[in-house]
Ligand binder design. Structure first.
Ligand SMILES: [Zn+2]
Length: 87
C-alpha cells in the first residue's frame, strides 16, 4: 500500500512537471513570438516601418521615438528578411 501511494505521488509529481514544462514551452514559444512578430512600429525619422525586434535599424529607434503602426510606410528590408528567416 505504501509503495502504491508513493508511486501515485510520483505520478502526480510527474504530471506537475509535465504541466510546468507545457507552461514553460508555451512561454518560450510566446517569447519567441514576441521577438519575431511584434506590433509594427515606425519613427518619424524613418522611411520604413519595422515589425521585428531583432532588426538592427529598429533597435536604434529609441522607445519614445517609436510610434505604433506602420505609418503607411513599407516594411524595412531587414525586418522582411528576419521575418522570412523564421525563429
Ligand atoms: Zn526593420
Amino acid at each position: 500500500m505504501k509503495k502504491a501511494s508513493s508511486t501515485g505521488a510520483q505520478q502526480d509529481r510527474q504530471r506537475i512537471r509535465d504541466r510546468d514544462f507545457c507552461r514553460y514551452a508555451a512561454r518560450l514559444a510566446g517569447s519567441l513570438g514576441d521577438t519575431v512578430r511584434v506590433t509594427p512600429w515606425h519613427s518619424d525619422r524613418d522611411t520604413h516601418h519595422h515589425d521585428n525586434s531583432d532588426c538592427e535599424a529598429a533597435r536604434k529607434i529609441s522607445e519614445r521615438e517609436r510610434k505604433p503602426g506602420t505609418g503607411d510606410k513599407p516594411l524595412c528590408n531587414e525586418c522582411a528578411k528576419l521575418d522570412s528567416a523564421g525563429p
